[in-house]
Design a protein around this ligand. Structure first.
Ligand SMILES: Cc1ncc(COP(=O)(O)O)c(C=O)c1O
Length: 381
């Protein structure tokens, strides 16, 4: 029996050549490929500045630091996301405030954002969940009305489009962060990026990426000689290597093809499930294009008289891997027991009971898609 994974990266011989060329060169890190990758990302997203870092979590952390988030601040985050979307706020000594989601898309609900704003709120971190853009303009308007910053967690959404603007363009935000983990639209193994149109934020991000150190003559407070460098803030080593950046450059050239393939898989799934009363795919609104990072369905398990555990185990016996994205972050033991969070987001709760992510990846064959569809539909017979 063939195994159908939930997801797998797509690496070809061209990618391997680009990486091995850097491995044979004299610079493995802090060389020319980082700048080239950042420029390619700016061209693709139409953002002015890009800062490549070691992973998407580092990108979120650096973005929060650049935004000046610190002790006493609150930051609004969605309940349904990967834990990193909220943990980055904790790293800065601030408090994540969890917001409910919209039932049809599982994206953060702008109406609940408004309810959660206090005089301590400093920023909003909307997540384009599954690659499906949030109500970016609406969220940006709420933020600006209340003098808040917007940091888009676009870990899932490189290649997605909102009202004609690529996610990452920062048309409706101050910064956007990407993850380049192998499950994402393109990969550098591990990797992350922060995009922004703001020069000051850009300069701060460069400092946080590399120990808070600068050698930029225009930024130095003193400049006694060519050896000189200055640590101007407390930063980290969040640098990406040059061979990773080289992989990123090679992968980015293929992104539109990758996303088209994912979109076609999603279309087949959508069509296959449209007549069932118990499987509901997430909704993508008219003015948006998803990057189809995940294909999530909401399943009414009562209608098929099975638990989610039984469904996942049955699919696995048929060689199909599935997963649940995500457990509400505030339900995690660390948030509940250590930080004593008591949150009741009713839509997030209901979503969590029904969600199931099905396999979607660039190399997925027609046969594999049909196998997933047939196996799942059989449960409703
Ligand atoms: C929404 C979201 N944000 C942030 C991250 C963190 O990215 P990374 O794994 O590259 O650190 C992830 C990772 O999957 C994610 O799904």
């Amino acid at each position: 029996m063939k195994y159908i994974p939930l997801t797998i990266h797509t690496i070809d011989s061209g990618d391997i050549k680009q990486v091995s060329d850097v491995l044979k060169s004299s610079r493995l890190t802090q060389g020319p490929k980082i700048k080239e990758f950042e420029q390619a990302l700016c061209k693709y997203t139409e953002a002015k500045y890009a800062v490549a870092v070691s992973n998407g979590t580092a990108a979120l952390h650096a973005a929060c630091l650049a935004a000046g988030i610190g002790k006493g601040d609150e930051v609004i985050v969605p309940s349904i996301s990967f834990v990193a979307s909220a943990n980055c706020v904790l790293y800065c000594g601030a408090k994540p405030v969890f917001c409910d989601i919209k039932a049809d898309s599982a994206n953060i609900d702008p109406r609940d954002i408004e309810k959660k704003i206090t005089n301590r709120t400093k920023a909003i971190i909307p997540v384009h969940f599954s690659g499906n853009p949030v109500d970016s303009q609406q969220i940006y308007n709420i933020a600006k009305k209340n003098k808040l910053l917007v940091i888009e967690d676009a870990a899932h959404a490189l290649g997605a489009v909102y009202r004609g603007a690529k996610i990452g363009s920062c048309r409706y935000s101050d910064m956007a962060t990407l993850s380049l983990h192998p499950t994402k639209s393109i990969t550098t193994g591990e990797g992350g990026v922060i995009l922004t149109n703001d020069r000051i934020l850009y300069q701060r991000l460069l400092l946080f990426r590399s120990h808070g150190i600068t050698k930029d003559a225009q930024l130095l407070k003193n400049n006694p000689g060519p050896w000189y460098y200055e640590m101007q803030t407390l930063g980290f080593n969040y640098r990406m290597t040059d061979f990773q950046a080289s992989l990123g450059i090679s992968q980015l050239k293929k992104i539109d093809r990758f996303i088209l393939k994912r979109k076609n898989i999603a279309k087949i799934y959508d069509k296959a499930f449209e007549d069932t009363s118990w499987i509901k795919p997430l909704k993508i609104e008219n003015n948006r294009k998803s990057s189809y990072h995940l294909y999530v369905v909401r399943i009414d398990f009562r209608k098929i008289k099975k638990t989610r555990k039984q469904v996942m185990e049955y699919l696995l016996r048929n060689g199909i891997e599935t997963q649940v994205h995500y457990i509400p972050i505030y339900e995690q033991p660390y948030y509940k027991n250590e930080l004593r969070y008591r949150v009741n987001c009713s839509k997030a709760k209901q979503y969590y009971q029904q969600a199931l992510s099905l396999p979607i990846f660039v190399k997925m064959t027609q046969k594999e898609i049909v196998c997933v569809v047939r196996s799942l539909l059989k449960l409703g017979e």
